[in-house]
Design a protein around this ligand. Structure first.
Ligand SMILES: [Mg+2]
Length: 187
């Protein structure tokens, strides 16, 4: 079996951050936007041009009790035992303390090696890491990692990233786990 270095993005991959942001925005403005209506990375273009929505992406409150993608925790726990799992996130500094608290709560270090060993990288240029795999939902991250040519980019599907083609795409955590089982068995 090949042991893989796997980089895992948080927002949009582990957490359904956009759902939470839209839920908060809707509560403030009496609107009913849902994430499938957001068809590119520029969220404001799909909610009538209101760029104030980006304030919610920078508000620590948003990062408390974020909804999670199905099976994210169980698949991460299994992958963490077989491979080197790293968290790679571009979390804004204003939200880092809240985020780290939530990570320790959701992924306790006695169960998750990536927390016990703090295998957590914060920053924008994920392609600088020598990862065999990067799972991310942001088109720019996926394209930079692909161009770097070191590892395999896998995009976590959202309507907003369907413009990205020629990149492996998964629609669920269980599907991602199957990809990793395929990769660990092949050279
Ligand atoms: Mg993301």
């Amino acid at each position: 079996m090949k042991r893989l270095s796997i980089g895992i993005d948080l927002d949009g991959v582990v957490f359904r951050t956009l759902d939470k942001v839209l839920e908060r925005y809707n509560a403030l403005h009496g609107t009913k936007y849902v994430s499938d209506q957001v068809k590119t990375w520029n969220t404001h273009e799909w909610i009538g041009g209101d760029a104030s929505i980006y304030d919610l992406f920078l508000d620590p409150q948003t990062f408390i009790d974020l909804p999670m993608n199905d099976h994210a925790t169980e698949v991460l726990e299994r992958l963490d035992k077989r491979h080197d799992v790293y968290i790679v996130t571009d979390t804004h500094y204003s939200c880092l303390e809240t985020r780290m608290g939530e990570l320790y709560r959701i992924f306790p270090p006695d169960r998750f090696l990536f927390m016990e060993h703090r295998k957590i990288f914060v920053g924008k240029f994920k392609e600088l890491l020598m990862l065999d795999v990067l799972l991310d939902d942001k088109p720019a991250n996926i394209m930079r990692f692909k161009e770097r040519g070191y590892g395999k980019p896998i995009i976590y599907d959202w309507v907003l990233n369907r413009n990205v083609q020629d990149v492996d795409r998964v629609y669920s955590w269980l599907e991602f786990e199957q990809r990793m089982i395929q990769m660990e068995g092949s050279d």
